[in-house]
Design a protein around this ligand. Sequence first.
Ligand SMILES: Nc1ncnc2c1ncn2[C@@H]1O[C@H](COP(=O)(O)OP(=O)(O)OP(=O)(O)O)[C@@H](O)[C@H]1O
Ligand SMILES: [Mg+2]
Length: 261
Amino acid sequence: MSAYVIAVANQKGGVGKTTTALSLGGSFARMGRKILVMDLDPHACASIHMAFFPEKTQRTALDIFKSYPNFPDQQNSPIYPTHSEPRFDFTPSSIQLSELDADLKDVPGKGLILKKWLAQTRRGYEVIIIDCPPQMGVILVNALVAADEVIIPTQTDFLALHGFKLIFDTMRLLNKALKSPIKYRVLPTMFDRRAGACRRILNILRKKMGPRLFETVINTDTKFRESSARGRVIHDYAPKSRGAQEYTRLAREIDRGIKKL
Ligand SMILES: Nc1ncnc2c1ncn2[C@@H]1O[C@H](COP(=O)(O)OP(=O)(O)OP(=O)(O)O)[C@@H](O)[C@H]1O
Ligand SMILES: [Mg+2]
C-alpha cells in the first residue's frame, strides 16, 4: 500500500478547501478506504471542525517540520483517529505553523520536508488529503510538491475566477524546479444552478479547463455549515444530503483516476 496524496489548495480564501478535504475524507472512509486527512492551515479550521482544538492538542503537524531532519517516532506521530463516523485518521494543525517561514529560513531542502515524511507515512494509507493554507509560503510549497494531484476548489463566481490566477502562478514557478509538472484538477464549488452567473462561469471553466475540470460539481448546501457546527463531517451529520452525495461522486471520480495509474 502506498497512498495517493492529494493537496487541496487555492490561494483565494473561503472557496471550500477545508470542506473539500474533510468531505472527501468522509467519502473515501465510507468507501472503506484507509484515509489520513492533514490540516496544514495555521488557522486550524479543519482541526477545530473535527474537535482537535489547537490549545489542547499535543501532537500536531508542526512536529513534522520542527523535528526535521529527524521525524517523530511512531509513538509521537501527530496522527489521531477522528471522533466521529466514518472514522479516518487526522493530523491536527498548530497556530505556530504560521511562524514556519521564519523558523525554516536557513534550512536546506525545506520544501521537501513533508514529501520525506510522507515517504514513510503513505505506506499505511490508501489516500492522504492535505488541507492547505491560502497564503503562499513554505507550507503551501511543501504540500504542492508532495502531492500526486492538487485539487483546486473554486467558487463559480466571477471574482473567484480572478483569484484563481495566483495558485497557477505558484504552480508554474514550482514546475521550473520539478522533474515533472504538478498535476491538478479544478473543482467547481458552491454552485447555484438557479443563478445565471454561476452557469455562465461553469461554462467558461469547462471551455478553459477541459478535462482538468472535474465532472462533479458541488452545489451550495446549508448542511455543510450545520455539520461543521456539530463537529462532524457531512457524511456523519447528513449522509443523505446532496452535499454528501456530491462529494461521494467526487471521490469515485478521483478513484477512477487512481485505478488507471
Ligand atoms: N458547497 C457548499 N455549500 C454551502 N456552504 C459551503 C459549501 N462549501 C463550503 N461552504 C461553507 O463556506 C465556508 C468556507 O468554506 P471552507 O472553510 O471550506 O473554505 P476554505 O477555502 O477552506 O477557506 P479558507 O481559505 O479560509 O481556509 C464555510 O463556512 C463552509 O461551511
Ligand atoms: Mg480552509
